[in-house]
Unconditional design. Sequence first.
Length: 342
Amino acid sequence: MPRRKLIDLVGHQFGKLTVVRRADNGWKGSTRWVVACSCGSPEKVVGGSNLVRTRSCGCSKFDRPTLVGRQFGKLTVVRRADSDRKGGTRWVVACSCGSAEKMVWESNLRAGTTNSCGCSRLHRPTSAIDLVGHQFGKLTVVRRAENDGNKIRWVVACSCGSDEKVVLGGNLRAGRTNSCGCLKKGRPRQSICSRGHALTGKNVISSEDGKRHCRLCRNLSSRRIQKAERQRNPRAVRNREFKRKYGISLDEKDACLAQQDGRCEICRTTEPKGPNRAWCMDHDHHTGAPRGVLCNSCNVALGLCGDDPERLRGMISYLSKYQPNDREPGEATPISGWLFPL
């Protein structure tokens, strides 16, 4: 595609800018020009495509009508301040109350949203309703108390005869405060926890200070802690569970397997089979004492036989009865000889 012919802009006028000469090309070969502003500022380089949008060296934005001396409510504009990061115009103003000067945005002054330094809000007449003598539950309003910032407070007396106390007017009118606290003392205990579990029977855990806690919520919290610990240090968690179940540690189990030359103590295999392909720690189901390290198949077989030697001897006798004498170890028994011995 043929390149377009470059238009010579030297001497052309764009607002307050006059093109003086061509400058070096910019990024990706964009055309740039040296321009001079009629305000007398130093020459600057502008891209050719920006000359339509750029009308001055920046002096035009200071030619806007000034607000110095103008009155906006109780504020008088003193001087112009630096613009903010987004280019918003700001002015320094003084309030008629005599407070320190402050900066405000021009848009807030023109819209009327800022009329004072904040003093008008403090001296604004209040529209508070007189609640003296009114009854709210067991409370009777005696007199008005000092405000808590912008919140109105009242002194109240409870019918139970306790000392007077100060409460917020909003809490009285909304019904959130109905007594000095005596109603809460006679209220029955909460029957459910924050998660909706019933606080009855074995689900209640009483602490030393008399508070009741939900057992289900505490168990859920414990499970979350155990899950996080298992992800952080699985070997330590497994070792603790193994020691609690068998009375020995994982290191002692590995030492026992090493004494067996890394083989199952029954079938002498070196490759354990099973879902996890892990060695099993056999133990006495009556005393809980560990006995030896077995593969998964031998361990399951002992468990199915109930650790009964007589049953195991009967199984050996049964297999010897139906096994041909000339069959090699590991060779499959013929079906005819297995079902119908000759």
